[in-house]
Unconditional design. Sequence first.
Length: 351
Amino acid sequence: MINFTSWLSKIKLPFFSNFEIYFDFGTSTTKIAIKDKGVLLREPAYLGYNSRTNDYLFFGTEAKSIIGKTPDFIKIIRPVVGGVISDFDAQVALVKKFLDRSVNLYFSNQMIKPALTGIAIIPPIATEIEQKAVEESLYKAGVSRVFLIEKPLATASGCNLNIFSHQPNLIADLGGGLIELSIVGSGGIISQKTLKNAGDNMNKLIYNYIYLKYGVILGEATCEELKINLLNFDSVEKNAIIRGKSLETGLPKSVRIKTSDIKEALLTNFNQIIDAIKELIESSPPEIVDEVITHGIILTGGLSLIKGLDKFFEQEIKIKVLGQENYQYATINGLAKLARHKDELTKLIIR
Ligand SMILES: Nc1ncnc2c1ncn2[C@@H]1O[C@H](COP(=O)(O)OP(=O)(O)OP(=O)(O)O)[C@@H](O)[C@H]1O
Ligand SMILES: [Mg+2]
């Protein structure tokens, strides 16, 4: 007798096939990729919410570009804070919109949309409830099946490391919400340290520094621009004239900000990261320390784009530090890479 189910599963009509999507819900940017096609979307994780009509109006790049410029009833929301979902409804709205802008375009002329399988990364510090929030937000956004894997494994894979090899590697992912220091090997995380003084915290430190030193109040976006445009550890002194609000008069005031200002504002923060890397190495068994010294520390994440940061870390830690080419894509590319080998991927799924 013909087994109808097994017969049906052999038919590979395009709309029956399972469509696989990869998600990296970073604090600063959401990245979405699909199987065999690579990254389809990379947009700031921001939304504009109209508190009068209870609607989400602006998403991604547009929402980030209007911070501080909207009427009071439009709030700019960041659904991911410190690497985890802090506003569930906003996250669902953002994922739905981003799926429409990327994945759903593939089905615009198909009558039946295929079932979507989503694989998302989760920071090791995420609690059970925070993991569930990622899972549930994807179901609510229309994904039929969801799997989660630990972020450092995807990031390491995206840094061209074989995470299943027995050679441990230390990866420092310097992102917007988290500094994740992970020693990865033999298909898992050997040891890990996470700090929350990442890119967002640095923007706040710049805000405080300029406020105290020059008496000028800056917007969040300006603080981030100063970090991106002026900060470097290559001893290149740059400067920029920026306009903020005077603390004294409340009127616009221009000041010239130098690289040395930004460095001074952030030096303690960078030293805390360096200390955490040293502690992670010091608390590791001698075999691992030996491997890390031999193979070096791998830097990735958006903050790794700061010029000369690798050399500065190298000088302070006295271990070779290696940069990556695709700093902001390491995690999502690594996730797509790991998903190519289903037998290995199944060993990594935590939920
Ligand atoms: N050229 C640059 N120079 C300095 N900092 C940068 C540069 N480009 C991006 N950044 C900073 O990198 C951070 C974002 O990095 P990334 O995209 O890796 O974070 P994320 O994956 O969204 O967050 P997380 O993984 O921490 O949850 C932001 O703080 C941003 O200001
Ligand atoms: Mg990240």
